[in-house]
Design a protein around this ligand. Structure first.
Ligand code: SAM
Length: 216
C-alpha cells in the first residue's frame, strides 16, 4: 500500500480525531483542514504531526493535541470580526487556526525562540493578520485591549483579574484552570461585568508561568 501523503493524513486526522469526537462547528473543521499541522513540528518528529497526541516543541513546551485545539477553538465561538488574544503562542499552530477564523489575532509568548519560530512558520504560510509579542501574557496584553475573545493555552491556577478586565462585554475566555498536574477547561463569559463559568472537561497543560500564573 502507498503511504498516505500529508494532505491525506491531515484529512484523516480531522475525520477521525475531530469530527468523530463531536466537533461540529463547520468553520472550526474547515480551519483544522486548512492548517498544515506538520509545518509546526520540529523536523526530527515531523512524522508524528498527525498523531492523536501533544508533542514536544523545545524549551519544555508542547504543541497541543489536535482534538484539544479544536475543542478550545469551538468553545471560543470566534466570529469573523473578532479581535482575539492568544496567551501562549507555542508553535503557532493554534494561532494559525485562529487567523483563519477572524480578522485580527494577537499572540504573546514568554520563550523568544518559540515566538520567532512561530512568526517564521506563519509568515511562510502567508498569514498576515497576527501580531506577535514577546513577554509575560499571564496578565494579558493590555496595549490592544479590549478583546472579543481570549484563549489561554497553558495551565493556570486562576485567570488573573487583569485578563478579565481586557475582555470586551459579552466576550468569551477559554482557559485550563487548576493545579499543576490537572486542570479543568473552562469557558468564561463576561456579561454585564459579571464572569460566568462553564466547565468543559479535564485537561493537562504545561504551566502558565508569570505574574498572573505560576511562579518561575
Ligand atoms: N497553542 C500552542 C500550539 O499550538 O503550539 C501550544 C501552547 S503550549 C501548550 C503553552 C505555551 O504557553 C508555551 O509555549 C509556553 O511557553 C507559553 N507560556 C507559558 N507561560 C506564559 C506566559 N506567562 N506568557 C506567555 N506565554 C506563556
Amino acid at each position: 500500500m502507498t503511504p498516505l501523503d500529508p494532505v491525506e493524513k491531515l484529512d484523516a486526522m480531522v475525520r477521525e480525531q475531530i469530527i468523530a469526537r463531536g466537533i461540529k462547528d463547520p468553520r472550526v473543521i474547515e480551519a483544522m483542514k486548512w492548517v498544515p499541522r506538520d509545518r509546526f513540528f520540529p523536523q526530527a518528529i515531523e512524522s508524528h504531526a498527525f498523531d492523536d497526541a501533544a508533542a514536544p516543541i523545545g524549551y519544555g513546551q508542547t504543541i497541543s493535541q489536535p482534538y484539544i485545539v479544536a475543542l478550545m477553538t469551538e468553545a471560543l465561538e470566534v466570529q469573523a470580526d473578532h479581535r482575539v488574544l492568544e496567551i501562549g503562542t507555542g508553535s503557532g499552530y493554534q494561532t494559525a487556526i485562529l487567523s483563519k477564523l477572524t480578522k485580527e489575532v494577537f499572540t504573546i509568548e514568554r520563550h523568544k525562540p518559540l515566538l520567532d519560530q512561530a512568526f517564521e512558520t506563519l509568515s511562510r504560510l502567508g498569514i498576515r493578520n497576527v501580531r506577535f509579542c514577546f513577554g509575560d501574557g499571564s496578565v494579558g496584553w493590555p496595549a490592544h485591549a479590549p478583546y472579543d475573545r481570549i484563549i489561554i493555552t497553558a495551565g493556570t491556577p486562576q485567570v488573573d483579574d487583569r485578563i478579565f478586565a481586557q475582555l470586551a462585554e459579552g466576550g468569551i475566555c477559554v482557559a485550563p484552570v487548576g493545579p499543576l498536574d490537572e486542570q479543568s477547561l473552562i469557558q468564561f463569559t463576561k456579561q454585564e461585568n459579571r464572569i460566568l463559568r462553564k466547565q468543559i472537561c479535564g485537561v493537562k497543560f504545561v504551566p502558565l508561568i508569570g505574574e498572573g500564573g505560576w511562579p518561575t
